[in-house]
Design a protein around this ligand. Structure first.
Ligand code: GSH
Length: 318
């Protein structure tokens, strides 16, 4: 069971008691870390996606609506190859597994509004032009009823507002369903081209991208969750399909989490505790309040990534 965080008065009492014992003051940051912050480290971080209800029910229920509108010739199809595969937060009346030709999926787009923030962007996927006869990108096509099209496209225009633009192309079902007549489906897709301000393709090395994902979080959650959810979705929906870029990133971020995260978090917390104790000539009350704020910030959503990013920057500058 998670320890309850100390109250400011408990933190103050601890500081005053420590001073009374006359213990060496350079021991105080370690003492405070061990007594009040180490619990944060103990919280198991995400290393794979929780099972996703969309994926579990993929073949069971085509629509996400109790009573979906009837199909019409004016319906549109939206193709998703990133978060749209595992986060369909809009009404659809049908969905198909499949792929588009001539593109490669890469984590080459900075995210400042979903999996990162402007001062610490995360990484999300976009599509790069590839070989029309060799390169294919697997994903999911969603049929949107004509009566719901306006609202859904407005919603996606907003969700994809950071650099993505609509385009239209052919989608091929896979595996083919008995109902499919083999004809490709015309779909709308959102792609962030290399001309947009958040295109990050100039830094394309997997370890660099993995480090950015490992230490980023935004309003929609940790960047690692985005990566692991996409990898899980691809494994479940397209078993056997190989996406080297995605697989290498998952392995690299998992290594960062397993091998580096504990000591990076400890180093970051000791640094932040020392700063909280030293600023000016604070009273014990000031110190206790600053330590309390640090404890709260470390445990908020994105707190872990804030600590990791700061420690990675300090290591870079050292
Ligand atoms: N257009 C892509 C979506 C790309 C993408 O993932 N966009 C981000 C915006 S930066 C998003 O919607 N994120 C939602 C989230 O992170 O939960 C797709 O077809 O899946």
């Amino acid at each position: 069971m998670e320890a309850t965080p100390p109250t400011p008065s408990q933190m103050l009492a601890y500081l005053e008691e420590f001073r009374r014992t006359g213990a060496a003051s350079d021991q105080l940051p370690n003492d405070i870390y061990r007594n009040f912050f180490a619990e944060i480290l103990a919280k198991k971080t995400l290393t794979s996606a929780a099972s996703n209800s969309l994926l579990e029910s993929f073949d069971a229920v085509a629509s996400n609506q109790e009573v979906p509108p009837s199909p019409t010739d004016e319906d549109v199809w939206i193709f998703g190859y990133g978060s749209l595969v595992w986060k369909a937060d809009f009404p659809y009346i049908d969905r198909r597994r499949g792929f588009v030709w001539g593109f490669k999926r890469r984590f080459y787009q900075h995210s400042i509004d979903h999996r990162g923030i402007p001062e610490r962007p995360g990484r999300v996927v976009t599509l790069l032009p590839g070989d029309p006869s060799q390169d294919r990108v697997y994903g999911v096509a969603y049929r949107i009823a004509a009566s719901q099209k306006g609202a859904v496209l407005d919603h996606l225009d907003y969700r994809e507002k950071n650099g993505y633009e609509r385009c239209s192309l052919h989608f091929h079902e896979y595996p083919k369903t008995s109902s499919a007549d083999g004809e490709p489906i015309q779909v709308i897709m959102y792609v962030a081209t290399q001309a947009n301000d958040s295109y990050a393709g100039d830094v394309w090395q997997v370890p660099c991208i993995a480090r950015q994902i490992f230490s980023s979080a935004g309003p929609s959650g940790p960047n690692r969750e985005y990566l692991f959810n996409l990898a899980t979705a691809m494994e479940k929906l397209f078993p056997g399909a190989v996406d080297d870029h995605l697989g290498e990133l998952v392995a690299s971020v998992r290594r960062f989490i397993d091998e580096d995260e504990p000591h990076l978090l400890e180093g970051a917390l000791l640094q932040e505790i020392s700063v909280a104790l030293q600023e000016g000539e604070p009273s014990h009350q000031d110190q206790a309040e600053r330590l309390q704020k640090l404890l709260e910030r470390s445990q908020q959503p994105g707190g872990r990534e804030w600590l990791l990013h700061g420690q990675l920057m300090r290591k870079n500058e050292a």
